[in-house]
Design a protein around this ligand. Structure first.
Ligand SMILES: *Cc1c(COP(=O)(O)O)cnc(C)c1O
Length: 396
């Protein structure tokens, strides 16, 4: 049996390879930080991690994790409702709710699980989910697992959302779901307009703050801070794997009845292990730090402003961004790959994206700015962009 299947798989792999879509992993031999070493021995400046606040190797988080490792052990060997809940898990859930100005929170192993487990327990055939077309894969999968009627609107297109809402008046409950920041362009969802439409058409709102938490809003509280909607949106999901330390873990936070029902019925919560005590402890330390100082958010915002300003002045075409994601538009797929590999030779690690990850003729280099970047890192990156840009005829 396997020999036929093996042939089939080899063919599939070949197809991926010949379409130029085969993903190869670059091996890093240091901790995740601004300056990393890769397995070839080359030292590069990292501009493609989701390490927005530079917390992936933060001393305070590491110490908190080590302390919990000593005092609370390595793992829980249990789901939450059997014997997998320590006081640390409860405390972290409280901190998350405080941070977002919500009523209660529930932890998952990842935001992929939070999104996978949020729709099915809450909504049924009689209900409607209205989803932005550029929403994260985990939202798409979560929606697939739910029996609610599905509607989709073009990215951030409020006319289309309104049309969906009109049609969805036929259903019992309506939930609009959107990413807070869309990861390919760095644009923020128009949550103010979404919320107004939700009020007008009697719908609820869910926002996935994975790329916006820690980043968007003056204190990094996400899109609900930016649009002055704290406590209003019914459901927020997010990750501990990006701004918040970068280890592992996800959460859903929002109205308390929603969270309570998820604890009873959400399958990735009921049937998957608790996060390790050290991750919970580091998360608590991280939220404590953020409640005391806004230093990292301020630094991230000034780094991003500086980078965008200088890149525009150098003549690059930058997508409007309100996040730490900066899309340097090149349009041509091959050019984007060529550009990214030249940048690596210059010691700057950035990623080139092209179809089908982004629309056709919309190839780009995505740069992710971090509070872990120092001014000299940004200057080195801008200088490399300018050099390679001139070399490849992108700028004059
Ligand atoms: C990264 C991301 C996720 C997945 O988060 P994990 O915790 O890594 O599973 C979910 N949604 C969005 C919008 C993301 O960007």
């Amino acid at each position: 049996m396997y020999s036929n299947f093996q042939k089939h798989l080899s063919q599939e792999l070949q197809n991926i390879e010949s379409a130029g879509l085969y993903k190869r992993e670059r091996v890093i031999t240091t901790s995740q930080q601004a300056t990393i070493k890769v397995s070839t021995g080359q030292e590069v400046l990292n501009f493609c991690a989701n390490n927005y606040l530079g917390l992936s190797n933060n001393k305070v988080l590491i110490e908190a994790a080590k302390d919990a490792l000593d005092k609370r052990g390595f793992g829980m060997s249990s789901v939450r409702f059997i014997c997998g809940t320590q006081d640390l898990h409860i405390e972290l859930e409280k901190k998350i709710a405080e941070f977002f100005g919500t009523e209660d929170s529930i932890l998952y192993a990842a935001c992929f699980d939070a999104n996978g487990g949020v729709f099915e327990p809450l909504l049924s055939e009689e209900d409607a989910i209205i989803s932005d077309s550029l929403n994260h894969a985990s939202i798409i999968d979560g929606v697939r697992l739910c029996k609610a009627q599905r509607y989709r609107y073009a990215n951030a297109n409020m006319e289309e959302l309104e049309e969906c809402l009109k049609v969805a008046q036929a259903q019992r409950f309506r939930l609009i779901v959107t990413d807070g920041v869309f990861s390919m362009d760095g644009n923020v969802a128009p949550l103010d307009k979404i919320y107004k439409l939700a009020e007008k058409y009697n719908a609820m709102v869910m926002v996935d703050e994975s790329h916006s938490a820690g980043v968007v809003g003056q204190t990094g509280r996400g899109t609900t801070e930016l649009y002055d909607l704290r406590g209003k949106v019914e459901i927020i999901t997010g990750t501990l794997g990006k701004s918040f330390g970068g280890a592992i873990g996800g959460f859903t936070t929002g109205k308390k009845e929603i969270i309570s029902l998820l604890r009873q019925r959400s399958r990735p919560y009921l049937f998957s292990n608790s996060i390790p005590p050290m991750v919970a402890a580091a998360g608590i330390a991280m939220f404590d730090m953020m409640s005391k100082t806004n230093e990292l958010q301020d630094k991230l915002h000034s780094n991003t402003d500086y980078f965008v300003k200088k890149m525009k002045a150098a003549g690059f075409d930058i997508k409007p961004t309100q996040s730490a994601i900066c899309a340097v538009m090149l349009y041509d797929a091959k050019l984007s790959q060529q550009f990214a590999s030249r940048m690596l030779e210059e010691g700057i690690y950035v990623t080139g994206f092209y179809f089908p990850v982004v629309p056709k003729e919309q190839a780009r280099i995505r740069v992710q700015i971090s509070a872990g970047h120092e001014p000299e890192h940004l200057d080195k990156c801008i200088a490399a962009f300018t050099k390679v840009g001139k070399e490849l005829g992108v700028i004059k």
